[in-house]
Design a protein around this ligand. Structure first.
Ligand SMILES: [Zn+2]
Length: 330
């Protein structure tokens, strides 16, 4: 069972899945205060629907939206975009890294209570349940607030059984300590995705994470200077070393992100036709690179459909393994 914003579906209904994307990341306080002057909600929804329809034409079934509340999750926007595009959207509970004052001097148990509540009763007054949990460690590293956040999400994961996505910074090797904290808090690491692993080609680091039992999110696959060859070679090397069943592909693309110098006016001005990066980049550009290196259609199906399903339904992993064996004729 997977909770999408429009209700539960079976994991095998997910189809081709992008494991980490965003419809919109924005400041709730700016939006609440300045409304449509901050961004035009209807315009954003129309743009997101257009981009998802294009991705659906290339086979996309499900998008996992990695936007927790403090990154601007807006459940009503997600519901409308999913309904109009026909693409399943899985929304995130949890928290992005932050040093906001409201985090200080509170316990993991205090925060966990809130997140467990929305996992049981629905997000922001709707009946949409989160399907995945998000936590993050930023460049500040493991501050007291960040450790509280990670321990909070460990409690929520154990209470809800939902998979947990961890935003990791490879340069600081934060994934390893995140896994330590989660494991010490009792989380089964086979329900954890360490994200942003496509930012590095450091095989020893990536394997040191995989050996802990987690999944790796190769989730920043975007146009780059070498045509993604180094990233594809890293994935090929991991497949050769037996890690195929733990790899996920995605873009971490966001239709509207208000970080840094971005504004809705600028995003809108670039239009939404023929963007170099959108929800179809992997299908258009990255999979051909993998195929050129000998990755098979079955292995691609593993990474794009079966592995995402197995995160939500661990028992699905077994049926997926049988499916793969049958396809292989063994
Ligand atoms: Zn993201």
């Amino acid at each position: 069972m997977v909770h999408t914003v429009l209700g539960p579906i079976a994991a095998e209904e997910m189809g081709v899945t992008l494991a980490h994307e965003h419809i919109a990341c924005f400041s709730h306080s700016m939006k609440q205060t300045f409304g449509e002057r901050w961004f035009k909600t209807d315009e954003l929804i129309s743009a997101a629907v257009k981009l998802l329809l294009k991705a659906r034409d290339r086979g996309l079934g499900t998008l996992i939206d990695g936007t927790p509340n403090n990154l601007g999750r807006d459940i009503r926007i997600l519901r409308e975009v999913s309904g109009r595009s026909g693409v399943n959207i899985v929304a995130s509970s949890g928290m992005y890294y932050s040093e906001s004052a409201f985090l200080e001097n509170k316990s993991p148990e205090f925060f966990a209570d809130f997140f467990i509540y929305e996992c049981v009763h629905g997000m922001a007054g709707t009946d949409s349940l989160p399907g995945i949990l998000k936590c993050a460690t930023g460049a500040q590293g493991f501050t007291p607030n960040n450790i509280t956040l990670l321990k909070t999400m460990a409690l929520v994961q154990k209470a809800t059984g939902l998979p947990l996505f961890a935003h990791n910074i490879h340069a600081l090797k934060t994934g390893l300590r995140q896994l330590d904290i989660l494991e010490q808090s009792g989380v089964d690491l086979s329900r954890v995705i360490v994200g942003h692993c496509s930012d590095t080609c450091d095989l020893p680091y990536l394997e040191s994470l995989l050996e802990r039992g987690c999944y790796l999110g190769f989730d920043r696959l975007r146009p780059n200077a070498d045509g993604n060859r180094a990233q594809a070679e890293t994935i090929c090397a991991l497949i050769r070393r037996g890690w195929l069943e733990r790899l996920l592909l995605s873009h971490d693309y966001c239709v509207f992100l208000d970080f840094r110098n971005n504004s809705w006016a600028d995003i809108k001005a670039q239009g939404f036709e023929d963007l170099p990066l959108d929800f179809t980049y992997i299908q258009r550009c990255f999979l051909p690179v993998l195929r050129g290196m000998g990755v098979t259609e079955l292995q691609i199906k593993r990474m794009t459909s079966l592995n995402p399903a197995s995160i939500f339904e661990p028992q699905h992993e077994r049926s997926a393994a049988v499916f793969v064996r049958n396809l292989n004729g063994v």
